[in-house]
Design a binder for this molecule. Sequence first.
Ligand code: NAD
Ligand code: ZN
Ligand code: ZN
Length: 346
Amino acid sequence: MKAAVVRAFGEPLVIEDRPDPEPGPGQVRIRVEASGLCHTDIHAAHGDWPVKPSPPFVPGHEGVGLVEKLGEGVAHLSIGWGSPLWGRVAVPWLGKACGRCEHCLSGWETLCERQINTGYGCDGGHAEKMLAWADFAQPVPKGVTAVDAAPLTCAGVTTYKALKVAGVSPSQLVAISGIGGLGHLAVQYAKIAGATVAAIDVTDEKLELAAELGADLVIDARKHDVGEVLKRYGGAHAAIALAVNEDAFAAVNSGLRRGGKLVMVALPAHGALRIPVFDTVLNGTSVIGSIVGTRQDLAEVFQLHAAGRTEVICETRPLSSVNESIDEVLRGQVKARIVFDLGTGR
Ligand code: NAD
Ligand code: ZN
Ligand code: ZN
């Protein structure tokens, strides 16, 4: 099978031929149909974060495909189009969690200290085949294509969860900073939650896309002071920080209304946030980190899509274009998401 491999941080990925991986106990092997390129894969390939993956590894945590082999003890999944309700499975960032710790038991498996992350702590989806822990391979409802399911598997669940964490309600103003892979779905979930949505970006195409997807207000951060514009509308009840840029976090934070919440999601390399203590205290604002979502959150994301409530904007490419695709994401030239089409139809 072919796989896109990070051999050293900061170097181009190498397309390699590898033997098909053998599923261990509790695992399945998946014939990948589609695999989304998340900005996190780029951070992984560059070794941007304090906790680093170990090259060589295959990135990708938006892999979607059909189960082709069951490991020992797997009884609830079957090979191919097994069930009348679902066929494909999706393999998210949360590859596995322990299921026993306080976080797992309290509905916060995303905080499990013993979790293994797909495409980071084990090989991921940018390959023709991949392994997954069966309990964390999420069934994709029939009717949701592999290409649509891929971006939902990280960009979708992460922003859906961030809006839950923000506790958004219909009368609120929500600022979405960064309309990329994550942001284009965040705008839609904020609209579904009933909020008034302000979308912020630095390219015309992204701002146009946000307006097409229902944003009520678009703010070009190149031309306007984001905080001032938001304050003109009374300030945001919540701001979801998705732009890979620390200054963008501070800018949107300055547009919160009293009691507002900044939800940090993007993970710029060596990122640190400087915000005024005085304003944070006097205004009673909160700064919250939010990491992906649980299996239940992902199930809800797929249900919304199957019901026709969300639209995935993406371009499909062959896996061989992985390095050019990474460059385009870094230049901000991708409309929303790139999905590698691994050849088994949409
Ligand atoms: P992306 O590159 O597709 O989108 C980033 C967007 O930010 C682009 O549209 C870009 O034009 C815009 N932008 C750049 N500078 C800006 C500025 N100053 N102000 C406003 N917008 C600006 O990336 P993505 O795949 O959506 O991922 C975004 C970030 O989220 C990455 O750091 C990624 O690692 C992180 N991430 C976090 C989680 C989590 O669970 N916390 C999950 C997935 C991704
Ligand atoms: Zn991701
Ligand atoms: Zn746990």
